[in-house]
Design a protein around this ligand. Structure first.
Ligand code: C2O
Ligand code: CU
Length: 478
């Protein structure tokens, strides 16, 4: 599988400007429930720029990404989802700590929303930060055809930046006519890197440039809403400071190796001081897959003289009210990630791997390609399947994840955020909170959290092919 350079360049000639300024909103009536309506349907959009063919997608309210939902921390929101697709759907509010019944897993936390029907989601987000929403039914296809959107929970006190910018990144596999290529769930791909596309969009368009002013301080919210593509962003000429992972504030720090890496479903908030020269242009490069580096977008400075540069350090976001796990009293559980094709790391090259490969071991049956501790939940999940384990409500819990496969897995726990306390047996100094942790091939990570929300919660890989082919399980909090 190769990413076609031509496809990535499709929109290069079009001057597409992304990232609108979003002024902080103030709400005066605390008791009023914020209401949104979302309708799923097919729609025709232009992903690749003027003069290039349009694409038929599945979308919330006719746009990709769907409407940006903005709510305030601690204020209730009600979202009525109407389904005009020809198949069942649900919506999962990825990363929000909410009651199990609002989690959007069909057959497990709710009945699927049938064609023509609606479902009302209601919750009060406890944490401010960058979150997103997507279906949890026929996920590979529904997410891959465009059903995704950002959910921004605003801080009670606005953060001291000049602009708040969202880059909602999606990855599409388009054919020469701009159509979404078929073949979702291809068995070969499911056993390897998953469905990686050939066209990367920011806020629904192949992006050319983002305009900035010298001297301004920007909060940039990065969301990787791809099915399978991992991205690794370098900001030429700039020094991004990471201030939050998966919506949860962290100690401000430079990204490791100067590169912001996001697996599918992951978010990173960064603060960038625009220290470039007026009139100049700087590239943002995605070089996660070494030989497939490409320019994602240009940062274009206008010609005005630089404003007084910021001398203060980027602001630290105030912490969210997360319960602190008690490591001494914690229950420990090991989870082995298993299966997939064997062979080299990263993306397949040539086809050599297939000759050596085949499935790993014989322990995975029933059409599943992946497993966790030998168990495979496939498709949208089997609600009658036994949980991996049960935790008592209120207990602290440490999960030790062991990636025994040759592939990367962004592992996501529903309804909770966890601290990443170690990597490969070494303490993780930052101990950052996340809801999705990216585990490289053959590596290990330890997560700690308080099991404070009762219910059956999904724990799965967010490479959607892997999830649907068995790398999914339930954790019960009772
Ligand atoms: Cu973002 Cu189970 O999902
Ligand atoms: Cu995976």
């Amino acid at each position: 599988m190769r990413v076609s350079r031509r496809a990535l360049m499709l929109g290069a000639g079009a001057a597409v400007v992304v990232g609108a300024t979003i002024p902080p909103r103030r709400s005066f009536a605390n008791s009023i429930i914020k209401e949104y309506r979302l309708t799923t349907n097919s729609a025709t959009v232009n992903l690749t720029g003027d003069g290039y063919p349009a694409t038929v997608v599945w979308a919330y309210d006719g746009t990709v990404p769907g409407p940006e939902l903005r709510v305030r921390q601690g204020e209730p929101v009600r979202i009525t989802v109407r389904n005009k697709l020809d198949e069942d759907t649900t919506v999962h509010w990825h990363g929000i700590r909410l009651p199990n019944a609002m989690d959007g897993v069909p057959g497990l936390t709710q009945k699927p929303i049938r064609p023509g029907e609606s479902f009302v989601y209601e919750f009060t987000p406890p944490d401010a930060g960058t979150f997103w929403y997507h279906p949890h039914a026929d996920t590979l296809q529904q997410l891959g055809r465009g059903l995704v959107g950002a959910l921004i929970v605003e801080e009670l006190e606005p953060v001291a930046v000049d602009r708040d910018l969202l880059w909602f990144i999606e990855d599409w596999r388009l054919d020469g006519e701009g159509r979404i290529a078929g073949g979702f769930g291809n068995h070969m791909e499911a056993g390897m890197s998953g469905r990686i596309g050939n066209t990367v969009t920011i806020n629904g368009r192949v992006a050319n440039s983002v305009p900035v002013k010298a001297g301004e301080r920007v909060r940039l919210r990065l969301v990787n809403a791809a099915l399978a593509r991992i991205i690794g962003l370098r900001f030429e000429g700039h020094k991004p400071v990471v201030v939050a992972h998966d919506g949860q504030p962290c100690d401000p720090h430079s990204p490791e190796g100067g590169r912001v890496v996001l697996g599918p479903a992951m978010r990173t908030d960064i603060i960038i001081d625009m220290i470039g020269k007026p009139g100049q242009s700087y590239r943002v490069i995605d070089d996660f897959y070494q030989d497939l580096a490409y320019k994602l977008i240009n940062v274009d400075y206008d010609g005005n003289p630089a404003r007084e540069p910021r001398s203060d350090a980027p602001p630290k976001l105030s912490a969210n009210p997360l319960p602190e796990p008690d490591l001494d009293a914690a229950e420990r559980h090991e989870i082995a990630l298993q299966g997939g094709m064997m062979g080299g790391m990263g993306m397949m090259r040539g086809g050599g791997m297939m000759r050596r490969g085949g499935m790993m071991g014989g322990m995975i049956g029933g059409g599943a390609t992946w497993a966790m501790n030998g168990m495979s939940m496939t498709g949208d999940g089997q609600p009658n399947m036994a949980p991996l384990f049960t935790i008592k409500r209120g207990k602290s819990c440490v999960l030790e994840l062991r990636n025994e496969t040759a592939w990367w897995h962004p592992m996501h726990l529903h309804g909770h955020s966890f601290r990443v306390i170690s990597r490969n047996g070494k303490p993780n100094a930052g101990r950052e909170w996340r809801d999705t942790v990216l585990i490289p091939p053959r590596e290990r990570a330890e997560l700690a959290f308080v099991a404070d929300h009762p219910g059956d919660w999904m724990f799965h890989c967010h490479v959607t092919d892997h999830q649907e082919a068995g790398m999914m399980a339930l954790i019960r909090i009772a």
